[in-house]
Design a protein around this ligand. Sequence first.
Ligand code: XMP
Length: 517
Amino acid sequence: MKTAQRLLIVDFGSQYTQLIARRVREAHVYCEIHPPTRGLDWIREFAPIGIVLSGGPNSVYDEGAPGADPGLLDLGIPVLGICYGMHLLAQLSGGGVRRSSEREYGRAEIEVMAGRGLLEGFPAGTKTPVWMSHGDLVDVPPAGWRVLARSANTPVAAFQHTQKPIYGVQFHPEVAHTPRGAEILHNFLFGICGAKPTWTPGQFVQNVVAEIRERVGGRRAICGLSGGVDSAVAAALVYRAIGERLTSIFVDHGLLRAGERSQVERAFRSELGMDLRVVDASELFLRKLADVDDPEEKRRRIGHTFIDVFEAAARDVGADVEFLVQGTLYPDVIESFSPRGSPSATIKTHHNVGGLRPDLPFELIEPLRELFKDEVRQVGRELGLPEEIVRRHPFPGPGLAVRILGPVTAQRVATLQAADALYLEEIRRAGLYDQIWQAFAVLLPVRSVGVMGDGRTYANVVALRAVTSLDGMTADWFPFPHDILATIATRITNEVPGVNRVVYDVSSKPPATIEWE
Ligand code: XMP
């Protein structure tokens, strides 16, 4: 998208790089993350209003550690180096970086020595808590640099070039554990780079709608809806741009949560007035899954069947369709620097069940390619999508098939849908839905003994899962108040036929995953 102002974040492999980007975006400034391999010419062309050099797991003096061109300091563009980024600035300026004898991880306090520029609003002599995570430090500022802050173990906790708008901090202003970190980033963005807070959902919608209109002209597009937030927002955005020349296709594979299909029909057909084609393929999917036990085989069959059904539906829309809308998000397209290779790439393709054949005769429209998930939600609200869709927990493409362990049958799908619906209803009633990244029920492939009235039962076990997470890569189990768990368990065993036992999953990821499979 053509954006007037943008900030460049150079990724040296820190676990916090995306967090820096999100903090910058939250300040309504557009930014992009790029690997350290981008040269000076590329940077000049990109014309950022400022550059942030991220942290990273290496030491700048390691052999093969990613570096930066010394010309970076002469571009006339403000630079902020964070941790590893700061060490690079020191190194480029002829200063020394050394392994610290006292490694500093976690909470620390810096004492401000000069409350200007980056530390505007932090008077000299005051202290402020920050988050440190490093084994290296800068002892003495290089010639031409001055110290802005120090901590007990770090003589140069923040420094500044005396002639140029270039700063470095040893601590991490982007993490929540640095309580006034946002102010420091704001000082850099607005005070030093001269940014204007123009990156807003309203502005985004306006720009992207104009772009899509221009690109598509009088031609036609299709979009696959999954019921999830991303495809919903992508479709609504393109619909805003080209109206009835967009047709959306929703494949009901029979493995959806209770009521999901009618929710999608209501939101898109009744409320938005979109041309929505619902393909009921549940019998076909169940047939393909009959007697399949192996989770990978389930995924494979669902993936292939999905592609066949979607492509047939797409052909039915008409031969004149030229565009396919997809809800790809920014974290999927960031070309990150990864010092240890990127396992996330393989995890994602494995999850990408909605992926279509690469030789489909469509041009792609990916209107969310620049957005983080929280921004997608804001854009969804801007477009008037209902909260139940905008705030919804993630849901895997293969649906309940990954939550029914063992063979998938119509009966088992119905049992799980009923338990899951009760579970989510109680979570919403308790006002906890938005505190949880993802909550769902799992139907286990074992039965256990129970007692009902005077009789013995031998029935299904339902496992409940609820986790908190930032991005699905790591997760913690959610600490439900016990009375709420008790209500949920009682309702499920009373109201869902064939279930006599409920257990709660208290595993984190890693070592477990979020889904059971
Ligand atoms: P795991 O189970 O690997 O899941 O911890 C991480 C996140 O990914 C979701 N997930 C999927 N999403 N298609 C998707 O679109 C899939 O096949 C798939 N499998 C897992 C999972 O729900 C969690 O949010």
